[in-house]
Design a protein around this ligand. Structure first.
Ligand SMILES: [Zn+2]
Length: 353
């Protein structure tokens, strides 16, 4: 509408040089001679009215278009806003979860300093099956396995968790030097973070797949992960995995080989299960028919994927491979172990991956 007005309401300055109708030079002296009204009559007439009608129609159409576009933009802005809100809510929940874990571990550490840790730890240390416990250490799990006087530990948690492990050893009625072997499912910060400190306190022998040994012995940086498809994977991967993180390096005494059975804790079979991490292995503890899958999967609200993969296809193949094993109980690097019908639960989710 503004365009139409600008074009058809004479501008006196411009009038001195051009007509409004067809841009024919309209010199200043003519303006002086005929005046505004006269020039209007000369150049108006049917052509101007017709053009005005066309312009009116165009202006109305433009206004309609504008209204439609405004509606569309409104809808898109609302959709984007909703998505943003959802993401923000999910981020907030994840942050709260992490904060709660940090707080729990801070309180535990404080309890240890004040000498109250042993009691609370003894209550918190959970038996999974006969001979296997789970050390509560925030977001990741470590599992001591008892074999007469000797202890074997699967994974070593985030940095700063050595106190929880040492207290778990005492709660089991053993001393630190009873921990003979520390076996790693893979070389990520949340599984080797406290390893150096635990080895220093216990003298345990360390075992890891050769593909992850260099990163454990350097203490990082770590290989990048591609977040597991989906919003939750993206958010959790960003929050929990930082490839540039550094941990205390830990020397590895023994490389693990796919298919071998370690002569410790009555026999532990090693199954290479890459995908999340190229040096990822699972352990099958023969005496208890218990499978430790590390981060080949998780069990928070049901059996699921890790937060990310180095290679998704390999990860799926590993999940299928693990689903074909025979076991009674399954334990994860993150989330709860499954004690009843574990093999069926795993097969239902992973056999068809
Ligand atoms: Zn992990």
């Amino acid at each position: 509408m503004r365009e139409a007005k600008r074009e058809y309401i004479p501008n006196f300055e411009a009038f001195a040089h051009y007509t409004y109708a067809d841009n024919v030079p309209f010199v200043a002296r003519n303006y002086g001679t005929f005046g505004v009204h006269f020039s209007y009559d000369i150049f108006d007439g049917g052509k101007r009215r017709a053009t005005l009608q066309v312009r009116d129609a165009q202006a109305a159409e433009a206004q309609e278009n504008l209204a439609r576009i405004r509606d569309e933009v409104q809808v898109r802005v609302e959709a984007a806003h909703n998505k943003l809100e959802q993401t923000e809510q999910m981020l907030a929940v994840s942050r709260e979860l992490l904060a709660a874990c940090e707080e729990a571990s801070r309180v535990s550490a404080q309890g240890l300093e004040q000498g109250t840790y042993l009691r609370s730890q003894a209550v918190a240390l959970k038996r999974v099956i006969s001979g296997v416990h789970i050390v509560p250490m925030g977001m990741s799990n470590a599992y001591p396995i008892e074999d007469q006087d000797e202890l074997t530990l699967i994974d070593a948690g985030y940095p700063g968790k050595e106190a929880a492990v040492l207290e778990a050893i005492r709660a089991l009625g053993r001393s630190p030097d009873h921990l003979r072997n520390l076996i790693f499912t893979h070389g990520h910060p949340d599984h080797i973070g406290s390893a150096a400190a635990i080895v220093r306190e216990t003298g345990a022998k360390t075992h890891m797949h050769p593909l992850d040994i260099p990163v454990a012995e350097s203490g990082g940086p770590f290989r990048p992960l591609t977040p597991t498809p989906g919003l939750l994977g993206t958010v959790m991967c960003k929050l929990t995995y930082h490839p540039d993180k550094r941990v205390n390096p830990v020397a590895i005494n023994q490389p693990l080989t796919d298919g071998e059975t370690l002569a410790i804790a009555g026999g532990i079979e090693v199954i290479h299960a890459p995908g999340h991490c190229s040096g990822q292995v699972a352990f099958l503890w023969r005496p208890g028919q218990m499978l430790f899958v590390g981060d080949a999967g998780t069990n928070f609200m049901g059996i699921g994927d890790p937060v990310g993969f180095e290679n998704l296809e390999e990860g799926r193949a590993s999940q299928r491979k693990l689903a074909n094993l025979s076991f009674d109980t399954v334990a994860f690097g993150h989330g709860k172990p499954i004690v009843h019908d574990a093999m069926t639960c795993v097969r239902n989710v992973w056999a068809q991956r």
